[in-house]
Design a protein around this ligand. Structure first.
Ligand SMILES: CC(C)(COP(=O)(O)OP(=O)(O)OC[C@H]1O[C@@H](n2cnc3c(N)ncnc32)[C@H](O)[C@@H]1OP(=O)(O)O)[C@@H](O)C(=O)NCCC(=O)NCCS
Length: 171
């Protein structure tokens, strides 16, 4: 399978929205159980593209089959780090696409001068945690029963972070 990893552009937004909706509707991995309205998604991504937010899509031909981004808060005390979000649609997982997407985001975040990346992941999502650890993320804590699942049960939040080697401005 010839999968391309590219920075998200305006023409990918509709495909991104469909991919997000598909993963969200599985109700197993993401905190939203359907995608937000397309226009909201479009506005969000156009803003990100303008700001140079690290954000990549995986493409099978013209079809968006996965995404990974690292978004920062505009608040001054929080702007030095970013939170990672990602997903690959069913049928494309465990083929190295997540590794390629997250590697691209890490490289872009480092080049942008971000100091570290954060994420939260369901305890049961072992595959995602394996990927994050493989690329250097370290578990920093647990928020017990942070997520409520569709059947009413709870899932712990595993918090992970990746310090980035930021170039020293005095060198
Ligand atoms: C989690 C996810 C992003 C990982 O992406 P992926 O493309 O499936 O992962 P990769 O193929 O790059 O595999 C990454 C590593 O996971 C490990 N892995 C593969 N299969 C595994 C399995 N069944 N169980 C545990 N670890 C596994 C391997 O170590 C692999 O690296 P390696 O092949 O170099 O050894 C993807 O599966 C996904 O989108 N899942 C649903 C949505 C989701 O969980 N999003 C993240 C929410 S926090």
């Amino acid at each position: 399978m010839d999968i391309r990893i590219e920075p998200i552009r305006e023409e990918h937004i509709e495909g991104f929205h469909a991919a997000l909706d598909s993963v969200a509707r599985e109700r197993l991995y993401l905190t939203m159980h359907e995608a937000p309205p397309l226009e909201e998604t479009r506005k969000f991504h156009l803003g990100n593209i303008e700001k140079g937010v690290p954000a990549f899509v995986a493409l099978d031909g013209d079809k968006v089959v996965g995404w990974c981004d690292a978004t920062s808060s505009p608040r001054t005390a929080l702007a030095h780090h970013a939170t990672v979000g990602m997903g690959i649609i069913d049928g494309y997982r465990q083929q190295g696409i997540g590794t390629r997407l997250l590697s691209a985001v890490i490289e872009s975040a480092r080049a942008k001068g971000l100091h570290h990346l954060y994420l939260g992941v369901y305890r049961q999502n072992v595959l995602a945690q394996t990927l994050y650890k493989k690329l250097g993320f370290v578990e920093t804590g647990v928020e017990p029963k942070f997520y409520q699942m569709p059947d009413g049960s709870y899932e712990d939040d595993i918090i992970m972070w990746l310090p980035l080697a930021v170039p020293d401005p005095s060198n």
